[in-house]
Ligand binder design. Sequence first.
Ligand code: NAD
Length: 382
Amino acid sequence: MKTVRFGIIGCGVMGREFASAAARCFHLPELRLRPEVVAICNRSLTPERIDWFTDNIPTIEQVTGDYRELLANPDVDAAYIAVPHNLHEELYCAAVRAGKHLMGEKPFGIDRKANNAILACIEKHPDRLVRCVSQFMFFPAVQRIGRMVEADAFGEIIEVSAGFLHCSDLNPDKPINWKRMVEYNGEYGCMGDLGSHASYVPIRAGWEPLNVRAVLSNIVLERRDGKGRTVPCDTWDNATLVCEAGAANSARVFPLTLKIQRIAPGEKNNWYLQVLGTKACARFSTKSANTLEILEYTGGEQAWQRIDMGHEVAYRSITPEGHQFGMSDAILQMLGAFLHELGEGKSPSRFAGCVTPEETALAHRLFTAALESHNKGTVVAL
Ligand SMILES: NC(=O)c1ccc[n+]([C@@H]2O[C@H](COP(=O)([O-])OP(=O)(O)OC[C@H]3O[C@@H](n4cnc5c(N)ncnc54)[C@H](O)[C@@H]3O)[C@@H](O)[C@H]2O)c1
């Protein structure tokens, strides 16, 4: 068993999720590469950022506040980077230039210009595996929908709807953080943050947005900053994108709607996808993460069936197939996908691979056009 030594840059919410997944990768017994976290980096080295890592991960040999030191460490083979969006370009490019494989968090650049710069950098280092983090593709129901796409089971696409809905920002007393500030999160607001996740599966399916009409809303204009001051909350809270989309196997267009909301009353981290086709339809939401609904139309009764998905995963797990699946399992599967591709040179199937840099570029194109559409009040061609 070969080891891939990871350095984590950004020891926040996602840095911890990644470290936890890396610690239990033996859960996926067929992987031929084993990750080991050997270095961590966070801008501030406070106990609440660092101690959880050093208390729980005995393989950590380097703790630094300077990402350059981590990237200069020859014992680090790959970097997992989860930092605010304004730092993506600088850190992702530095990681690739330092010869590290990279799992970089979405949206892969604060804006289209930064994303272009990251892709240009990657192009110069084709021997490094670079992938974007987004775990929703790895839910069993989404894998099944992916196989239906591959088998062309939907027939002519009638309509696709995808979205990612959060509710906690409905609380006006929730203090501000970097994700609600344009300077750190970017002009895209909720689109760069939540919208990336919503867009990647339609992009992987080849449902290409041809144009977009976007309506963006900033609902809570100010928030407390944790020090008692009231400061502007200047990012878009909610976005609805209506696109005309095309599929490779058809000359027709169909509506593709993305709903991306930080203020969706009652919705806690609800990622969903609905595909309606002339031969089959499918819908899934992380609200009922074990359930896939499918309607197969062969001319008779049009009936939705509900399927309990269990652990029908892309990378075999020690968890029995009948047991339910959750968000941390999706992150583990995604890490499995990265390691599989690193070891074998390719993914076992189209939907079993992590999001590629090229796919992030398509999402950036869409979100940039959505900003223009909202500003001008018009449909913008992509
Ligand atoms: N995949 C997902 O489901 C998911 C969920 C949340 C966030 N994200 C993405 O993950 C990334 C980070 O988000 P988060 O929620 O973990 O944020 P976070 O605020 O919890 O963590 C970010 C960390 O980066 C550190 N940091 C800032 N500047 C740094 C620097 N120059 N060098 C080293 N460390 C630095 C901060 O101190 C902080 O600990 C973002 O790109 C975000 O979009 C993804």
